[in-house]
Write a protein that binds this ligand. Structure first.
Ligand SMILES: Cc1cc2nc3c(=O)[nH]c(=O)nc-3n(C[C@H](O)[C@H](O)[C@H](O)COP(=O)(O)OP(=O)(O)OC[C@H]3O[C@@H](n4cnc5c(N)ncnc54)[C@H](O)[C@@H]3O)c2cc1C
Length: 477
C-alpha cells in the first residue's frame, strides 16, 4: 500500500507529541492485531484528524439551508474524501475477513479499532464506505444474496456509488419486538404485493439511496411467530412507495440521509427479490445485526474520546477563569476528566473483547458480549459528552461545539437496533439461569464452613459478637 502521509507526525498542531493510534492499542488486544492493520489504523487516525474532522464543517455548509436543498444535496467534499480514502487504502474495512472475501481483509477487532477513529467525525464513516445502515445492508447481500442480487446491488454499494436503507420499524406497532411487524406482503402470481407503513428508515432521504431492504409479514397464520416474516428488496422508485416525511432527531435532520416515514400502497415486486426465502426474515435480521452493534459501539468510543478532547481544550483555555482560576485548577473538573478517562478505557476493553469473541467464531458466539457493549457504551459516551458540555457552559449546548449534536446522536444509540431494555432483559434472564445453582452453592459453602470449624474444635459462633449469649459467656471468663 502506498502511503502518501508521513505517519510519524501529524500536521495538526501539537499532535506530533501524542502517541500514534497503533501505540495506544490496549495491551490485551495487541496479539490479535496484524502489522498491516496497525499501519492502516495510523492512516485512519491521520485521515480522520486532518481531513474528516475539519471537513465536517465544510460538509455542513455544502448541505445548504432549506430542507429541500439539504435532502437533495450531495456535498462535493464527500466525493473528494472518498477518493482520498481509496488512495489511502481505507475502503470497506468493516467486512470481516473470516466471513467475506469482498472486504479489505481485516478482522472485527482490527476494524473496531479503526471505527473508533471514524466515530470522531460525522463524515469519516461514509468517506471510507463504512457507514450505517449500508454496512449492515452490504453484509445482508454478501451473506444471503443471490448472485443476481449481489451483481445488481452489492457491487455498487461496495463501490460507494449508491446508498441503501433497512426498513423494519413501523409507526403503529412496538417494533422492538419484531414479531409485531405488520406491513403486509401477499403473493400474487410471481410477485409480492406490499401494503403498510415504515418509519425511522435511515438513509432513505439520500438522493443516492436506491434500494430498500424491507421486513414484512408474509405468513400471518404461521403457528411459529418467527416464521411469519420475510425480507424483500424494494427499489426506491417502485410505484406505490412514498416518502411521507423525514423525521428529526431532537431537531437535527441528519440530512441528506435522514430518517424517512415511508408508505407502501399496492407495491408490487417480483418474488425473486426475496432475501433467503419466504418466512426467513428473522434469520436475516439476526444475521445482520451482530457485528453492526459493535460498529456503533466502537464509533461511540470515538465520540467519547472527541468529547474528552474538547473538555480538556476548554478547561485549559486561559480566557475562561471563573472565580479567578482556570477550569483545570478547579478540582471537580479534574475529577470529571479522570472519571471520563477511566470509563472510556474500561468501555473500550469491553467492546474489544466482544470483537475478539466474534472473530474467534461468529456473532452468535458473542451474543452476551455484544449485548453488554450495546448497553454499556452509549451510556458511557453520553456521560462523557455531558461532562464536556457542562464545562463549556452555554456554548456546550449550542451549535458552536460538536457536543450537542454528538449527544443527540449518542442518545439514539440507546434505542436503535433494539432499546436497552430488550438487551438488559435478555442479559438478566441469562445471568439469572445460574440462580438455582448459586443458591445451592451458597448453602453448601455455609455447611462446609461449619464442618471445617468443627474440625478445628470451634463451635459455630458469631465472631462479630453480636450473639448476646456468647457475649455473656465471654464476659464471665
Ligand atoms: C436515529 C434512529 C435511527 C433508526 N434507524 C432505523 C433503521 O434504519 N431501520 C429501522 O427499521 N429502524 C430504525 N430505527 C428504529 C429503532 O430500531 C426502533 O425505534 C427501536 O427498535 C424501538 O422500536 P419502537 O420505536 O417501535 O419502540 P417500541 O418497541 O414501541 O418500544 C418503546 C419503548 O418500550 C420499552 N420497552 C421495549 N421492550 C421492552 C421490554 N422488553 N421491557 C421493558 N421495556 C421495554 C423501551 O423503553 C422502548 O424504548 C431507528 C431509530 C432511531 C431513533
Amino acid at each position: 500500500m502506498s502511503v502518501p502521509y508521513s505517519i510519524k507526525t501529524l500536521a495538526v498542531a501539537g499532535t506530533d507529541k501524542q502517541p500514534k493510534a497503533s501505540d495506544k492499542i490496549p495491551i490485551i488486544a495487541r496479539p490479535f492485531v496484524s502489522d498491516r492493520a496497525k499501519k492502516t489504523l495510523d492512516i485512519v487516525e491521520k485521515f480522520v484528524e486532518e481531513e474528516c474532522i475539519p471537513g465536517d464543517a465544510v460538509f455542513s455548509q455544502q448541505l445548504g439551508l432549506t430542507p429541500d436543498a439539504r435532502f437533495r444535496a450531495h456535498p462535493p467534499i464527500l466525493e473528494d474524501l472518498k477518493k482520498r480514502a481509496r488512495e489511502l487504502g481505507l475502503w470497506n474495512m468493516f467486512l470481516p475477513k473470516n466471513h467475506f472475501k469482498e472486504g479489505a481483509g481485516f478482522s472485527n477487532l482490527e476494524y473496531g479499532l479503526m471505527a473508533e477513529y471514524l466515530g470522531k467525525s460525522g463524515i469519516a464513516s461514509e468517506a471510507t464506505n463504512c457507514n450505517a445502515p449500508d454496512t449492515g445492508n452490504m453484509e445482508v447481500f454478501a451473506k444471503y444474496g443471490t448472485q443476481a442480487q449481489k451483481d445488481r446491488w452489492l457491487k455498487p454499494l461496495l463501490e460507494g456509488k449508491i446508498r441503501s436503507a433497512f426498513l423494519m420499524t413501523e409507526p403503529d406497532v412496538a417494533s422492538s419486538d419484531a414479531t409485531n411487524i405488520s406491513l403486509t406482503m401477499v403473493k400474487d402470481g410471481n410477485d409480492y404485493v406490499l401494503n403498510g407503513a415504515k418509519w425511522w428508515s435511515s438513509g432513505a432521504g439520500d438522493p443516492r439511496c436506491q434500494i430498500y431492504i424491507v421486513m414484512a409479514k408474509s405468513d400471518p397464520g404461521n403457528k411459529n411467530v418467527y416464521r411469519q416474516q420475510s425480507v424483500i428488496l424494494v427499489p426506491f422508485d417502485t410505484p406505490g412507495v412514498k416518502i411521507e416525511r423525514m423525521l428529526s432527531v431532537m431537531g437535527y435532520d441528519d440530512a441528506p440521509h435522514g430518517h424517512g416515514h415511508v408508505t407502501f400502497t399496492n407495491v408490487r415486486v417480483p418474488a425473486s427479490n426475496l432475501i433467503l426465502g419466504a418466512g426467513r426474515g428473522f434469520e436475516v435480521i439476526q444475521g445482520r445485526l451482530g457485528p453492526g452493534r459493535i460498529h456503533h459501539a466502537m464509533r461511540s468510543i470515538g465520540a467519547a474520546e472527541r468529547a474528552l478532547e474538547h473538555f480538556l481544550a476548554r478547561i485549559n483555555d486561559p480566557r475562561k477563569k471563573p472565580f479567578g482560576k482556570q477550569l483545570h485548577e478547579h478540582g471537580i473538573q479534574l475529577e470529571r476528566v479522570a472519571r471520563s478517562r477511566i470509563e472510556i478505557d474500561a468501555a473500550r476493553l469491553q467492546v474489544l473483547n466482544a470483537a475478539i469473541m466474534i472473530d474467534s467464531k461468529d456473532a452468535k458466539f458473542a451474543l452476551k458480549e455484544i449485548a453488554e457493549a450495546k448497553v454499556l457504551i452509549p451510556e458511557m459516551a453520553l456521560t462523557v459528552i455531558d461532562r464536556a458540555m457542562q464545562a463549556y457552559g452555554g456554548a456546550g449546548v449550542s451549535q458552536d461545539t460538536p457536543l450537542a449534536r454528538m449527544w443527540a446522536s449518542g442518545r439514539t444509540m440507546r434505542i436503535v437496533d433494539g432499546p436497552d431494555e430488550v438487551h438488559l432483559l435478555q442479559l438478566g434472564r441469562n445471568e439469572n439461569k445460574r440462580g438455582p445453582f448459586l443458591l445451592e452453592k451458597v448453602e453448601w459453602q455455609k455447611k462446609r464452613g461449619e464442618e471445617m470449624a468443627k474440625s478445628y474444635g470451634l463451635q459455630n459462633k458469631d465472631v462479630l459478637q453480636l450473639d448476646r449469649e456468647w457475649s455473656k459467656e465471654k464476659s464471665k471468663l
